[in-house]
Design a protein around this ligand. Structure first.
Ligand code: UD1
Ligand code: UDP
Length: 386
């Protein structure tokens, strides 16, 4: 029997991480088969993510341009995904999350009348300015979706409140948990010497020796890339990191810096000469989870990191005022701290100086799923497309 093609579109690092398990699940279907389309919204960070999972896109639109603007990128995604849909004629197209690739794919699917499935549907802040432009991307993609794969009951409730028909809403868990378990299993199966991993990440040897090895060594893992923080927000974030380095001489600050030039410029300018802060290139998913497992806590504005942290038992200070992922905050793992240096320093002090509060917030929990989200997505598609 000829299998029906399910096109999976990914454009950025988190989309690959969260669609890889869906791709693996679809490969096991008797009736469906995955076809991987890369928009290439990211380049190096996308290739890095594909490589960890041993995946290679069937078609790569290679759309990234240095310093790309949102309107230009959106237009290119629509034009090129449209051409791919007309040529390949899949039975359905799936996209994950809230990026320009997702919005472009959803709109194109609507125009080409190809059924669209949204993985990680229903996340909301109900504030179009934060996350910007992602909140709008999700709000526009969900009504187009024939299948809204909501990670939690809360996100499903948001969709119902927006009058998305109930039969389109499926609570599956978040596929990020599937990815995390997959990567941890890989790490466990073939453990590598720590020195090899830290060297591969570009962590200076003396920093690794001092803050990643030995009894009592502590480091904070940092990521940041939100557009609404560009400018003053990033200056404040860098100030907080410098303040933390000054106040805690025994604490390492490890920052894999996102490749967006609006991030690179302030971070390199304000922290580049700080001997206490290690600025390294983005690391691959496997290494990032290895680092997350070993850090004391995470300072981040990332969506995916907020979801991974409860399953790893790592507190996160979320450098945002609002989140579309309240489950991690309710679990106590994540705390919204904004970008104000005084507030970040005060919240970091709690995690560094109060062991009982730390233990409370470092409890293992899984509000985002049990590792079966991708299999559920496959089963729903199989039934629906039979
Ligand atoms: C994008 C998504 C954001 C997501 C993030 C994940 C949008 C609007 N933004 O933000 O939702 O959380 O990815 O990381 O969809 N660049 C490189 N190499 C890379 C990646 C980026 O050089 O591998 C540089 C390029 O100059 C590029 C710029 O970063 O033009 C911005 O990339 P873009 O995908 O537009 O935005 P991100 O900030 O990465
Ligand atoms: N991540 C990674 N390498 C890094 C930083 C993050 O692999 O150097 C992973 C992280 O574990 C998470 C995902 O990338 O799964 C988050 O991506 P990002 O913060 O870029 O996007 P967001 O989740 O905010 O959309």
């Amino acid at each position: 029997m000829l299998k029906k093609k399910i096109m999976l579109v990914a454009g950025t690092r988190p989309e690959v991480i969260k669609l890889a398990p869906v791709c693996f699940a679809l490969r096991e279907s008797a009736t469906l088969e995955p076809m991987l389309l890369s928009s290439g919204q990211h380049r190096q960070m996308l290739d890095q993510a594909f490589a960890v999972f041993g995946l290679k896109p069937d078609l790569d639109l290679n759309l990234m341009q240095p310093g790309q603007t949102l309107p230009d990128l959106t237009a290119r995604v629509i034009t090129h995904v449209g051409a791919a849909l007309r040529e390949i004629k899949p039975a359905a197209i799936l996209a994950q999350g809230d990026t320009t690739t997702v919005l472009g794919a959803a709109l194109t699917a609507f125009y080409e009348r190809v059924p669209f499935g949204h993985v990680e549907a229903g996340l909301r802040t109900y504030n179009f300015d934060a996350p910007w432009p992602e909140e709008m991307n999700r709000r526009l993609a969900d009504p187009i979706a024939q299948w809204c794969f909501a990670p939690t009951e809360w996100s499903a409730g948001n969709l119902r409140a927006e009058r998305i028909p109930a039969k389109r809403i499926h609570v599956t868990g978040n596929t990020v948990v599937d990815a995390l378990l997959w990567v941890r299993e890989k790490l466990g199966r073939a453990p590598r010497p720590p020195a090899e991993i830290t060297a591969r990440c570009g962590i200076p040897e003396d920093f690794a020796r001092r803050y990643l090895a030995g009894a009592g060594a502590r480091f904070v893992l940092i990521t940041g890339h939100r557009r609404e923080s560009f400018g003053k927000g990033f200056e404040d974030i860098c100030q907080s990191i410098a303040d933390l380095a000054r106040k805690y001489p025994d604490l390492g600050l490890l920052y894999p810096v996102h490749l967006n030039p609006n991030v690179q410029e302030p971070v390199r300018r304000l922290l580049g000469n700080n001997p206490r802060v290690a600025l390294i290139p983005p690391v691959d998913y496997e290494d990032f989870i290895w680092l997350m497992d070993r850090c004391h806590f995470v300072l981040s504005d990332s969506g995916g990191v907020q979801e991974e942290a409860p399953s790893l038992g790592k507190p996160v200070l979320v450098m945002r005022e609002t989140t579309e992922r309240p489950e991690g905050v309710e679990a106590g793992t994540c705390r919204l701290v904004g970008t104000n240096p005084a507030r970040i320093l005060a919240e970091a002090a709690v995690l560094l100086e109060n062991p009982s509060e730390y233990a409370q917030r470092a409890r293992l929990q899984n509000p985002y799923g049990d590792g079966t989200a991708s299999r559920r997505i496959r089963e729903i598609l199989e039934q629906s497309l039979a």
